[in-house]
Write a protein that binds this ligand. Sequence first.
Ligand code: ADP
Ligand code: MG
Length: 350
Amino acid sequence: MNILENKTNTPLSEYGEFGLIDYLTKNNTIKNKSTVLGVGDDAAIIDANKRLQVVSTDVLVEGIHFDLHYCPLKHIGYKAVASNLSDVAAMNAKPEQILVSIAIPNRFTVEAVAEIYKGMYACCERYRVDLVGGDTSSSLGGLFISITVLGYADKDKITHRNTAKENDLICVSGDLGAAYLGLLVLEREKEVFLKDPNIQPDLEAHSYILERQLKPEPRLDIIAELEKNSIIPTSMIDISDGLASEILHICKNSDKGCVIYENKIPIDTQTFSTAAEFGIPASIAALNGGEDYELLFTIKQADYEKIQQIKDISVIGYITDKNSGCSLLTQDDKSIELTAQGWNAYRKGE
Ligand code: ADP
Ligand code: MG
């Protein structure tokens, strides 16, 4: 049974705010030296040592960023943390602490909130991050989750969006477009389910893209590999809004242009087959779909040999001068201007 509808679960009122915080943090452990004090006092205490501290925050709102019809609560928690860690990775830094603030509607039970935290702790465990505080409130509207992450890097290793140089190579980790197609599948199955709740969703054939949508991983493994191979990207961003939008951010902020080769964009076979099901070119999903949480970065040409040592990285283009603009060289050798259009712009003509 759906955890939100189980009447035998514990109402929030039975625990109260402090009881709930205690319950949610009772098994919380500290993993990083930088965490001097975690949950329990008026503020956490952090020792940044000689490193620079990077800070980022994200808010997730029910109905806007997630849909409780098809997002399991645990996955919501995991993804909320993962997307924050990805922002720190994009600075070439290491995340070590998070703070979690939640506003919870009355229909949620203690068990339901605990399920969200299970997902958060799972992500914290996997990436060795400490949960050091937060805030708790009730909500008259939907569920609301805000996470702040603290990360660290040596001064000379931090990467920005505005520092790409002409002739730098453009690289991307993993594969793109899968999370967006996962979302399309979930939405299609939701429609089927709402019409007839007895029909069980057919999700088996799409396991990879669904995982990419529901449980994205921040690419901290790539950050570690870059370090191991002595590569400091000349610029970097994480891909939360689609490749096109993110490369345009780098180019605009760096005052540069770019060429991207469509046939070099990494796309998984399941992304290809599902895109075909929906009648969409897979590369459009990669360029304009969101939530892949891969890293997009530029490197000096001299680092080309080194980058070959890291698996799961594709070189997809290069940085040009500003006046050349930002272009996509298509499979059939046409050069078109890269635009960060939303999905619908591509649908019209079909
Ligand atoms: P205050 O009244 O000073 O805001 P709280 O009672 O809200 O203090 O918080 C007590 C402790 O519990 C603090 O360390 C705070 O960071 C932590 N905390 C509160 N809410 C949460 C939450 N939802 N998740 C994790 N830690 C929390
Ligand atoms: Mg508080």
